[in-house]
Design a protein around this ligand. Structure first.
Ligand SMILES: C[S@@+](CC[C@H](N)C(=O)[O-])C[C@H]1O[C@@H](n2cnc3c(N)ncnc32)[C@H](O)[C@@H]1O
Length: 260
């Protein structure tokens, strides 16, 4: 029979380093990285003596409720607009909600709806939506922006990301979409294009993003901090028709440049 389960709190600047060490040197039954920076671990038996790592160790009582902790208890639906909701699959739709609902699992890639840049891009996309025939999402992360296009009925969906994990996550979320690894240059031209990237990434990717945009429906660019917007607009040469700032991040909408 194994030793009884015990719980320990590791507090201090090196709590994460201590957790890394424990993962390698003993068989942890559970670990929780808390919002206050401390780490809580559960294991059968005594905590091994930690090498010179700056943490304070305190034994905690083991509660039956500890076995129920999943780390997902605090997830909530995110109302991006009055009629646009993002939620993970394990959170219920709020009663009475009518509108576009994006169900995105959290934790696989960037873009679970919590980040201000995702919300700003989503709001821009939502207001500018003109039912394009085709849609491309550059820097798709979880696939959340392409999922918006799918939810609005767009059937020609493409997405790309330079990160392999994002490509896997987006393809799992959108089996019907063409998801490729790489930048906008790996995509075919699309009527509506969105790219929510950092400003530095946007600057580097802009020629390929513009080449991918057929211009028949809006172009949405997101992820810029306030002082970075002017530099991107200067490259575009025309003012945006809409913009949205949430927290530190701004997204802009460029009007279609050709008629459909
Ligand atoms: C800020 S996240 C946005 C994710 C998601 N589209 C959203 O709005 O939440 C940016 C993503 O773009 C990817 N990325 C960065 N530079 C890129 C580039 N040049 N081409 C394609 N993807 C890129 C990153 O790997 C990351 O997944």
């Amino acid at each position: 029979m194994s030793d009884p389960l015990r719980a320990f709190e590791l507090a201090g600047p090196a709590a994460a380093a201590a957790l890394d060490w424990l993962h390698v040197h003993c068989d942890l039954a559970g670990a929780l990285e808390r919002d206050d920076g401390a780490v809580q671990v559960w294991l059968h038996g005594a905590l091994p003596a930690l090498p010179a790592i700056a943490v304070t160790v305190r034994e905690l009582p083991v509660h039956a409720a500890d076995f129920e902790v999943t780390g997902l208890e605090h997830d909530r639906p995110i109302l991006v607009a009055a009629d646009l909701l993002v939620r993970p699959p394990w959170v219920e739709r709020p009663a009475g909600f009518r509108g576009v609902e994006l169900v995105v699992p959290r934790g696989n890639a960037f873009g679970s709806g919590e980040h201000a840049s995702t919300q700003a891009a989503l709001r821009c996309l939502h207001r500018a939506w003109d039912a394009p025939a085709s849609f491309a999402d550059v820097g798709t992360g979880s696939g959340i922006l392409a999922l918006y296009a799918a939810a609005r009925g767009c059937s020609q969906l493409q997405a790309c990301d330079i990160e392999a994990a994002a490509v896997v996550a987006a393809q799992a979320l959108l089996p019907q979409a063409t998801v490729r690894r790489g930048g906008a240059e790996v995509l075919s031209p699309a009527d509506c294009v969105v790219a929510n990237l950092t400003a530095a990434e946007l600057h580097a990717a802009l020629p390929a993003v513009l080449a991918c945009w057929r211009g028949r429906s809006p172009l949405v660019l997101g992820g810029m901090r306030a002082h970075e917007v002017a530099g991107v607009l200067e490259r575009l040469g025309t003012p945006p028709v809409d913009r949205e700032t949430i927290g530190a991040f701004t997204a802009i909408v460029m009007a279609p440049r050709t008629s459909r």
